[in-house]
Design a protein around this ligand. Structure first.
Ligand SMILES: [Zn+2]
Length: 57
C-alpha cells in the first residue's frame, strides 16, 4: 500500500518514513522523513500564525 507524504506527496515507503498523529486526528499522517515533517511544521506555523506559541516556563 502506497502512502503519500503529507508534505511532498512522494511515497513514504521509498524513504525512511515518519508517522505522526495529532490530537483529534483520526488517521496517522505520513512523512518521508524528519526533513519533510519539519518542513511541513514550518509551513503550517507560517500559515496559522501563533500555533507554536508555547507558554513560558
Ligand atoms: Zn516527503
Amino acid at each position: 500500500m502506497a502512502t503519500p507524504c503529507v508534505y511532498c506527496d512522494s511515497r513514504v515507503e521509498r524513504h525512511d518514513p515518519v508517522y505522526v498523529r495529532d490530537a483529534g486526528d483520526d488517521e496517522e499522517r505520513a512523512f518521508c522523513n524528519y526533513t519533510c515533517l519539519a518542513a511541513h511544521i514550518d509551513e503550517a506555523a507560517l500559515t496559522t500564525g501563533a500555533c507554536c506559541e508555547w507558554p513560558p516556563g
